[in-house]
Design a protein around this ligand. Structure first.
Ligand code: MSK
Length: 648
């Protein structure tokens, strides 16, 4: 694996966005480093770490599993160590989304109680959720209803007794609820399952890899229903359900003669207030007083996709592009909230004189201006947001004008797709089901997740999706993948020329792009809801439908839960390269003299990538690092599902 790792030259050749190439060359010429240089200096990476066979769950080790030493000091086997490492990554991701959900839900509570100066914009979602949760609606204000919903969402995050997550009860298909109940993997809450997963994997606890795999599945369901559904629906209650809108994206949206402010992270609460302050005439005038012609706001990572979805604010780039954005030398300030803010960004920000403002106590950065938002201490929210807006604009006067180079690329995009707006755009769920069944659309893939330094930046995302479009597979996307696809022009009707005849006809008739950007990482729930609605409409289980989850460039611990959330529902995964699981290598057949080989195996790989998960859940994980082959695998999977259904 190490020998295949891309170096900077390979990234320059293969990365799909011309703007990226310009910036990598510029930053290198400026004598500064990015993740590409640090990745090179980390090679070769530890083979035990890559395979997940290093155990650091106590202080006797670290222990490394090999043929020579097949057990750790305590006696743990490879299977126990590998599955424990994976579940620990999963619950770290669960904790991150849980903290995100916590901030949004407590903001709703604060607004409902009149303590936070924001308005609840998601009237439709409040009523919808109140009805789904069986709340008494009559004679209550929207604020009262929102407060009651928030209390239920908090309970779903924190419940300790043996009762089910309410959102799971409300949204999950009955077929799955019956299955999860039979498998005894129904979760209690995010907090309980994180606690139990860490408990089961600490020194001297569970040594049955199958029981830990069971907790993995339980935690994945808690991840899906308490933190993803919790965050996504709560954000819709707070800021409204997005509607599709046209916008422009890519590095070229920044302007040399404007104040350029980038917003970064995942939870869009503080930035909502900051935007309000930036729009004040006095802040706009301040920018002009410093000689700027105006103020540009650009989005990074999932705060970026949230703002694109709701306000059409242009996005710039994703987790591994954040350093490239700073390298333009044109960014005056980055306002960050939580998660996916890499330390390298601040290092580079210091090189280019970019001011960093942090707004979440979980995401402190030394040397940054820190003005945190805490929904339970909201007294200074307006004041702090004003200071942030003013500080960001003032940074323009200190910009080093000798180091600016903004790539010219600006790309059209049509984003802001919610579950409801997708259904509406296709003329109702019945009609979308018909298009799927008659073969106009061959399948639906959700292509999501981070970037990885282990592939040429963004190349897996874009290569795979271009192939899928050619084969009439509709793509839904979130998070960092969506930045790659937005910048590649695939989230626009103009990408029609890359599509097969079926998708082309759909773009023309329904005025939708072939790749629909459905929001931030937590909004994968919108895709899951679409899958569930289609299967309900057609009376077919999700596991039998031509759907697939695709994570071409997995990176963050949060992506483990994304893939497993879909797997638990019966949607197979295609991931871009192996998770930290030893790849079962073929072995010589014992006693054979003519070089005969037999299939290698290990329990964890066999379960998730083989018959174990397939028999139990109706889905499995495929791993394919080469994007053309990955696309073929997805095509074959979709074809197989269609054949089984008797669809052409
Ligand atoms: S931002 S979790 S790197 S998708 Fe949501 Fe991107 Fe992955 Fe963060």
């Amino acid at each position: 694996l190490n020998a295949d790792m891309p170096d900077k030259n390979e990234v320059l050749q293969k990365t799909p966005n011309p703007a990226t190439k310009v910036l990598i060359e510029k930053i290198t010429a400026d004598g500064n480093e990015t993740y590409l240089d640090r990745f090179a200096s980390q090679q070769p990476q530890c083979s035990f770490g890559l395979k997940g066979t290093c155990c650091r769950m106590c202080q006797w080790g670290p222990c490394r599993i090999s043929e020579k030493s097949p057990r750790g000091i305590c006696g743990r086997s490879q299977d126990e160590i590998v599955i424990s490492n994976i579940i620990r990554a999963l619950v770290s991701g669960l904790a991150a989304h849980g903290r995100h959900a916590h901030e949004i839900i407590y903001t709703i509570k604060g607004v409902a109680e009149g303590k936070i100066n924001l308005k609840l914009k998601g009237t439709d979602r409040i009523i919808d959720m109140a009805e789904k949760l069986g709340l008494e609606i009559n004679n209550k204000t929207l604020e009262e209803l929102a407060g009651e919903i928030a209390d239920i969402l908090v309970e779903d995050l924190s419940r300790m007794n043996n009762q089910n997550i309410r959102l799971l009860e409300v949204f999950a298909p009955q077929e799955r609820k019956d299955l999860w109940s039979k498998l005894d993997i129904l979760p209690r809450s995010a907090a309980y399952e994180v606690m139990e997963a860490l408990h089961m994997t600490t020194l001297g606890s569970c040594t049955d890899w199958k029981a830990i795999a069971g907790q993995e599945k339980r935690s994945a369901l808690a991840y899906c229903y308490s933190t993803l559904f919790g965050s996504s629906l709560a954000t819709e209650i707070l800021f409204g359900v997005p509607e599709p809108k046209e916008t422009e994206v890519n590095y070229g949206i920044m302007k040399e003669d404007h104040v350029n402010i980038l917003v970064h992270g995942h939870s869009p609460v503080m930035i909502e207030k900051v935007l309000e302050k930036i729009n004040l005439p006095e802040i706009q005038q301040l920018a002009k007083d410093y000689g700027a012609k105006g103020i540009v706001i650009g989005g990074l990572c999932c705060t970026g996709t949230e703002l694109l979805a709701r306000y059409g604010i242009p996005t710039v780039t994703n987790i591994l592009g954040q350093e490239f954005a700073i390298g333009t030398g044109a960014v005056d300030c980055v306002v960050v909230d939580m998660q996916c803010v890499i330390p390298g960004m601040k290092i580079l920000a210091d090189c280019y004189g970019t001011k960093i403002i942090t707004t979440c106590n979980s995401n402190r950065i030394p040397g940054a201006v820190h003005l945190p938002f805490d929904p339970e201490k909201p007294e200074t929210l307006d004041e702090d947001a004003y200071i942030i807006a003013k500080t960001a604009v003032e940074a323009y006067k200190d910009r080093d004008r000798s180091k600016i180079k903004i790539p010219k690329e600006i790309t059209k995009a049509y984003g802001g797709w919610s579950f409801e707006s997708i259904v509406k755009a296709f003329g109702g769920i019945k009609n979308l089901a018909k298009l799927l069944k008659d073969g106009t659309l061959k399948g639906i893939a959700t292509v999501v997740g981070c970037n990885s330094p282990k592939v040429a930046y963004e190349s897996n995302h874009v290569t795979i999706v271009k192939k899928l479009l050619e084969w009439d597979v509709l793509v839904l996307t979130t998070g960092c993948s969506s930045h790659a696809l937005l910048n590649a022009g695939l989230c626009s009707q103009e990408a029609s020329e890359l599509c097969g005849n079926g998708l082309k006809a759909i773009i023309e008739q329904y005025n939708v792009p072939p790749v629909m950007a459905v929001g931030g990482c937590v909004d994968n729930t919108r895709t899951l809801r679409l899958f569930m609605a289609l299967t309900e409409e057609m009376g077919i289980a999700i596991k039998d439908m031509p759907f697939m989850f695709v994570g071409p460039e997995p990176g963050n611990e949060k992506t483990v839960g994304q893939g497993l959330s879909f797997l638990m529902h019966g949607v197979s995964n295609l991931v871009g390269f192996p998770a930290p699981i030893p790849v079962p290598m073929p072995k010589p057949v014992k006693g054979s003299t003519d070089g005969e080989m037999e299939r290698g195996s290990n329990n964890i790989a066999d379960y998730f990538g083989g018959n174990g998960a397939l028999e139990e859940l109706g889905a499995k994980i495929y791993t394919e690092p080469y994007p053309e082959l990955a696309a073929q695998t997805i095509k074959m999977h979709i074809k197989r599902k269609r054949n089984n259904l008797g669809w052409k």
